[in-house]
Design a protein around this ligand. Structure first.
Ligand code: SF4
Length: 279
């Protein structure tokens, strides 16, 4: 059994919050480049170039990619051979978020739902802990902006809706979202499981690197088919017209109940931020 003190988790979460908010992944920058090559709208091309420049400045000057530095979503893969010592792991993560948002001068965006009083330190984090084989701890911090999260939905299709029902719903969701989620977006889709599991699948699908293929050939084709339909909508970068409404569709799927067909769409804006570390 390997012992890990939770103070390391606090320290890593602190660093990841700051890194994720200022350093856009290379995969996203490459997706911008591919979109610039294909985009037909001159204004769309200009916006995509601005997004690249924005990311360059953010990294160079260590400032946030976007003013909305998001809800801190934290995924933890906890090896079952690890014994965490030194305190409560959830508290350690919240403390890491508290320190990261304070020390990185990141906007605190979390509030009481009724009074709208700000919690003041961007906590609580949203924490998903999964126990896995091994003696390591993997931590992913994925700040999620409000604009794109608001456009996300969970629905319960009927089994007879089939694959066509999925396509229709996802494309319609992106169409109705228009410019609200700051396109070009990445569309996370969760299929199957239960009501809450579908939403988690959709969110987790966004962690896959942009430009990578789905390991399931059937889902890979479905992703490409939906993306093609989305990019015919003409919403374009920042909603000002063009072919690049979405950079990618990512799908995760699992079995569901014989009476159910859960579907979740988690829309991610162009500020596709997530950083990870393995302890
Ligand atoms: S949706 Fe994304 S890009 Fe738009 S304001 Fe929110 S975090 Fe920023």
């Amino acid at each position: 059994m390997r012992e890990i003190n939770v103070k390391w988790i606090t320290q890593k979460v602190r660093e990841l919050c700051m890194e994720a908010n200022t350093d856009l992944g290379e995969d996203v920058l490459q997706a911008f480049d591919r979109a610039i090559e294909k985009e037909e709208s001159p204004l769309g091309v200009e916006i995509l170039k601005e997004l690249k420049e924005n990311a360059r400045i953010a990294k160079g000057e260590n400032v946030p990619i976007c003013q909305d530095t998001g809800f801190a979503i934290v995924f933890v893969e906890l090896g079952q051979e690890v014994h965490l010592v030194g305190g409560n792991v959830n508290e350690a993560i919240h403390e890491g978020v508290r320190q990261g948002y304070r020390d990185g001068y990141l906007r605190k965006s979390i509030c009481h739902p009724f009074t709208r009083a700000n919690t003041g330190d961007n906590t609580p984090a949203i924490i998903h802990i999964e126990v896995v084989p091994g003696d390591k701890v993997k931590i992913v911090v994925a700040p999620k902006g409000g604009g794109s999260e608001n456009m996300s939905r969970v629905t319960m299709l009927t089994p007879s809706d089939g694959v066509e029902g999925i396509k229709r719903y996802v494309v319609q969701r992106v169409k109705e979202s228009g410019s609200n989620p700051c396109p070009p977006t990445i569309v996370g889709v969760g299929i199957g499981g239960t009501f809450e599991q579908a939403a988690l699948l959709a969110k987790k699908s966004l962690l896959r690197p942009l430009g990578s293929k789905n390991s399931d050939p059937e889902l890979d084709q479905l992703e490409l088919g939906i993306l093609t339909e989305i990019n015919k909508l003409g919403i374009g970068p920042q909603g000002l017209g063009g072919r690049t409404t979405s950079l990618a569709v990512h799908i995760l799927m699992m079995p569901c109940h014989i009476a159910s067909f859960p579907l979740a769409v988690n829309i991610q804006c162009h500020a596709q931020r997530h950083k990870e570390v393995v302890i």
